[in-house]
Design a protein around this ligand. Sequence first.
Ligand code: FES
Length: 105
Amino acid sequence: MNYNILVTDHSGHEHELEATPGFTIMEIIRDAGLDLEAICSGCCACATCHCYLNEEWLDKLNKADDDEESMLDQAYEVKKNSRLTCQLTFSEELNGMKLTLGPKF
Ligand code: FES
């Protein structure tokens, strides 16, 4: 079975990306060639992988831990649905998840 996520880029265009369980959302977006910096490559040390989750998916994910919360404090335009995509691992239950890339640094 194929899984996917739907990602809206900075210009408002929605991309359907093939998603493999076990990969982080950041890896899926970056490997698809979208404009996501992810400077620290997933070490929770840069906040350049910031995204806004579509509200309906918020409850399906674990809450941000203290490390993610403190990095989000350094991101731009943080909202209550903000997450760092490197801290979210894709699983079958997240098939069809929608998110929007955060503002660029
Ligand atoms: S890639 Fe740096 S915090 Fe996610």
